[in-house]
Design a protein around this ligand. Structure first.
Ligand SMILES: [Zn+2]
Length: 217
């Protein structure tokens, strides 16, 4: 069986890949204009939602694995105190995994509409059909092309795969270098965001590049 760190790095790699794929998909949609073609747009919307779902699930699984030893000792304590029953046909690991995956999948479904891929897709000028009340979700949050670090137009945009925030490549690298010197952890410099950021978590944001190019015309 693969070790936890091996699984974690596989998941990280998968998250990177799915982020690049989603970014590329939005970029393609922006560069060709087929917004009048309803069938294509619907297929495209489904693709983006699928990517968002996979991305969210991977991140939830990452949390499950990271917190596993804590969860295990919590369960063990509750079992010892007779507060937790274990399915007699399953061992404790199976029970925990089942519980964690159930809640991870539930979290994924709930948060999908707020997912960065969906925001990015809407920022590109597409609307999302709201199945729940048959209304069109027309609220579009304007995606700022200003770098949260330099306060100028983003140059060489890179996106943090954990929170979806985008910065100028050179500026975020400089901040990380400064943090390293002072022994501080790297946090996303976007106001109100508390996610970590590492060099390995940055992927090119070509959809943002398209947006910047458009604005400069
Ligand atoms: Zn962030």
């Amino acid at each position: 069986m693969a070790g936890a760190s091996e699984i974690m790095s596989t998941i990280s790699e998968a998250i990177r890949t799915i982020n690049e794929a989603a970014d590329h998909a939005v970029e393609v949609a922006q560069s060709i204009s087929y917004k009048e073609d309803t069938l294509l747009v619907n297929q495209f919307e489904n693709t983006i939602f699928e990517y968002a779902k996979v991305d969210s699930q991977l991140k939830e699984w990452e949390k499950v694995i990271e917190g596993y030893s804590q969860t295990l000792s919590d369960y063990q304590m509750r079992i010892d105190n007779d507060q937790q029953r274990i399915n007699p046909h399953q061992d404790i690991h199976e029970t925990i995994l089942q519980d964690c995956l159930d809640s991870a999948n539930k979290a994924t479904e709930n948060d999908l509409r707020a997912h960065p891929f969906i925001r990015q897709y809407q920022d590109a000028g597409f609307t999302i059909e709201d199945d729940m009340n048959d209304d069109l979700v027309t609220t579009q949050v304007h995606r700022s092309t200003t770098c949260p670090i330099t306060k100028r137009d983003i140059v060489d945009p890179v996106k943090n795969i954990h929170c979806g925030h985008t910065y100028s490549h050179a500026a975020i690298i400089e901040i990380m270098n400064l943090n390293q010197k002072s022994g501080k952890k790297n946090r996303c410099p976007f106001g109100g965001c508390n996610e970590f950021v590492n060099e390995n978590d940055l992927v090119p944001d070509s959809a943002m590049q398209v947006l910047i190019d458009k604005n400069q015309k």
